[in-house]
Write a protein that binds this ligand. Structure first.
Ligand SMILES: NC(=O)c1ccc[n+]([C@@H]2O[C@H](COP(=O)([O-])OP(=O)(O)OC[C@H]3O[C@@H](n4cnc5c(N)ncnc54)[C@H](O)[C@@H]3O)[C@@H](O)[C@H]2O)c1
Length: 433
C-alpha cells in the first residue's frame, strides 16, 4: 500500500517531534481523527505528565488526552527510535532568538538530524516550526540527501506553518486552514493529503519558501499593526484624546480597516520573534527590512512607556514611584493563557522594582515568576490588597479579574489593556493607554 493510501485509511503511523503549544494539539487532532500518533519530546517531565493524561495547555482537556491514550491512539516518548517505524514525521520544535537577536535554529537542526539519521524510503517529513525562508530547502533537504534520499521519489519533504492561537476557543487546530509547500509537486500533494484529514482547507503553494514566507508575513503584519496602534496611543496622549475611542470609531468602517489596539508591548513565542527571522535573512541578502526594525523598536519601547505612565499617575497624586505599592493584574503575555515567554509584564515589573517600587502581582494562570533572579509568588487580588495598593496596574486582561470591583476599590488604576472601558470611574482614577 502506498503512503498516500495509508494516509487516506488513517493507517499511516505519525511521529510529531516537540510536544509544546503547537505539537501537542496537532498530535491530538490527528489522534482524534483515527491516526496512531507518537509525540516525541526531549523534556522527560513533559513526557511523563502527558503519558499520565495531564495536559498543560488551555486548548486540550486532560480527560480528552487520557481517553486517546486509553484508546492506544496517542503516546509520548523521549525515545527517537520510534522514528524508524514512522511513516510521517512532523517537526514542531522551538525557533527562538539568540541574545544577539539572530535566529537560533539549533532545535530544528537537532530534531531534523534525528529524523535524517533514521530515514527510511517512503517517509513524509514536514517542518512546522516558524523559520527563515529557505530553511527546508537549504538546511533539511541536504541532511536527507546525504543519506541517499531522492526527494519527490522516496522522500517527501514539505513546510507547513502552524497557525495555532493558544487559548482561542473559536479557532483550534482543526478549524484553521493550512498552507503547504513541498520541495516537489509530489511532496506538496502528499503533505496536503495528510492535512486534509484534519483541517477544512489546505492551500497548496509552489515551494517551501513561499509557505515559510507566508507565515512570516502573517506575523510581520500583526507586529507592524500592533506597533502602529502603540505609536498611535502615544500620539493620542499628546493630543489629549482616548486612543480606544478613536480606534473603536474607525473600526465602524465595514471595509479596508482592521482594528488593532495598543498594549504594554508584545510577548509570546511568535510575534516578537518571527519578524526578526525574516529581517536576519534579508540582511544576509543585503537588504534592511525597515518596517520590521521600526515596529520592533516601537513595541520594545512600550514597557518603559508604561513605567513612565505609572510614575506620572502617582506623581499627580503626590506619590513617588520609590516605595509605592504596585499590584499588577496579569503577567502572561496575553489573555487567558499562562505563558510568560517574552511577556512585557516581566520587564515592566523589573523596571518598577529597580525604581524602588514594592511590586506584587496576581495571575490565575501564572503561580510564580522570576524577576531577574528574584522569585515572586502570585497573590489573590482581594478587596484589601486592591485598596492597599498605591496603583493597580492591569497588564493582562484575563477574564477572571473583576474590573468593576478593581475600579471601585483601587485608589489608582493604570490600564494598559482597555479592560476597564465602559466602567464609570471618578476623574483621574483610571489611566488608560
Ligand atoms: N505557540 C504558538 O502560538 C505558535 C503558533 C504558531 C507557530 N509556532 C511555532 O511553532 C514552533 C513550536 O512552538 P511551541 O510554542 O510549540 O514551542 P514550545 O516551547 O511550547 O514547545 C516546543 C517543545 O519542543 C521540545 N523540544 C525542543 N527541542 C526538541 C528536540 N530536539 N526534540 C524533541 N523535542 C524538542 C521542547 O521540550 C518543548 O516541549 C516554533 O517555531 C513557534 O514559533 C508557535
Amino acid at each position: 500500500m502506498t503512503l498516500a493510501e495509508r494516509i487516506r485509511n488513517h493507517e499511516a503511523r505519525l511521529a510529531i517531534i516537540g510536544q509544546g503549544y503547537v505539537g501537542l494539539p496537532l498530535a491530538v487532532e490527528f489522534a482524534r481523527s483515527g491516526f496512531s500518533v507518537t509525540g516525541i519530546d526531549t523534556d522527560l517531565d513533559r513526557v511523563t505528565a502527558l503519558n499520565l493524561g495531564r495536559s498543560y495547555t488551555p486548548d486540550l482537556d486532560s480527560e480528552d488526552l487520557a481517553a486517546l491514550i486509553h484508546q492506544g491512539r496517542y503516546e509520548a516518548t523521549s525515545d527517537f527510535s520510534v522514528l524508524e517505524r514512522s511513516d510521517v514525521v512532523i517537526i514542531c520544535v522551538p525557533t527562538p532568538l539568540r541574545k544577539s537577536k539572530d535566529p537560533d535554529i539549533s532545535f530544528v537542526v537537532a530534531a531534523a538530524s534525528e529524523v535524517a539519521g533514521r530515514y527510511h524510503p517512503g517517509q513524509l517529513v514536514v517542518l512546522e516550526s516558524t523559520t527563515y525562508p529557505e530553511t527546508t530547502e537549504e538546511l533539511l533537504l541536504p541532511m536527507f540527501q546525504a543519506k541517499g534520499a531522492k526527494v519527490g521519489e522516496d522522500l517527501f519533504l514539505a513546510f507547513s506553518p502552524e497557525r495555532i492561537d493558544p487559548g482561542n476557543p473559536t479557532f483550534k487546530v482543526g478549524d484553521i486552514p493550512k498552507v503547504v509547500g513541498g520541495i516537489t509537486p509530489a511532496c506538496t500533494r502528499l503533505a496536503a493529503a495528510l492535512y486534509r484529514e484534519i483541517v477544512p482547507r489546505v492551500h497548496e503553494v509552489s515551494s517551501p519558501k513561499v509557505a515559510e514566507l507566508a507565515k512570516l508575513y502573517e506575523n510581520v503584519f500583526r507586529n507592524v499593526n500592533i506597533a502602529l496602534a502603540n505609536e498611535f496611543a502615544l500620539m493620542c496622549r499628546h493630543l489629549g484624546v482616548s486612543t480606544r475611542e478613536v480606534i473603536d470609531a474607525a473600526a465602524t468602517k465595514p471595509f479596508g480597516f482592521m482594528a488593532f489596539y495598543p498594549g504594554p508591548g508584545i510577548g509570546g513565542h511568535c510575534i516578537p520573534v518571527d519578524p526578526l527571522y525574516l529581517s536576519w535573512k534579508l540582511r544576509l541578502n543585503g537588504y534592511e527590512a525597515r518596517f520590521i526594525t521600526l515596529a520592533d523598536e516601537i513595541n520594545r519601547s512600550m514597557p518603559a512607556y508604561v513605567v513612565e505612565l505609572v510614575s506620572e499617575a502617582l506623581n499627580r497624586r503626590r506619590r513617588c514611584l520609590n516605595g509605592a505599592k504596585i499590584l499588577a493584574l496579569g503577567v502572561a503575555y496575553k489573555r487567558g493563557v499562562g505563558d510568560v515567554r517574552e511577556s512585557p509584564a516581566l520587564e515592566i515589573l523589573r523596571r518598577l522594582r529597580e525604581k524602588g517600587a514594592e511590586v506584587s502581582y496576581a495571575d490565575p494562570h501564572v503561580p510564580c515568576i522570576d524577576l531577574g533572579g528574584t522569585a515572586l509568588k502570585a497573590s489573590e487580588p482581594t478587596d484589601e490588597s486592591l485598596a492597599a495598593a498605591d496603583c493597580v496596574l492591569i497588564l493582562t486582561d484575563h477574564p477572571e479579574f473583576d474590573y468593576r470591583r478593581t475600579v471601585e476599590i483601587a485608589p489608582l488604576v493604570v490600564d494598559t489593556r482597555s479592560a476597564t472601558r465602559g466602567i464609570p470611574s471618578p476623574e483621574g482614577r483610571v489611566i488608560t493607554l
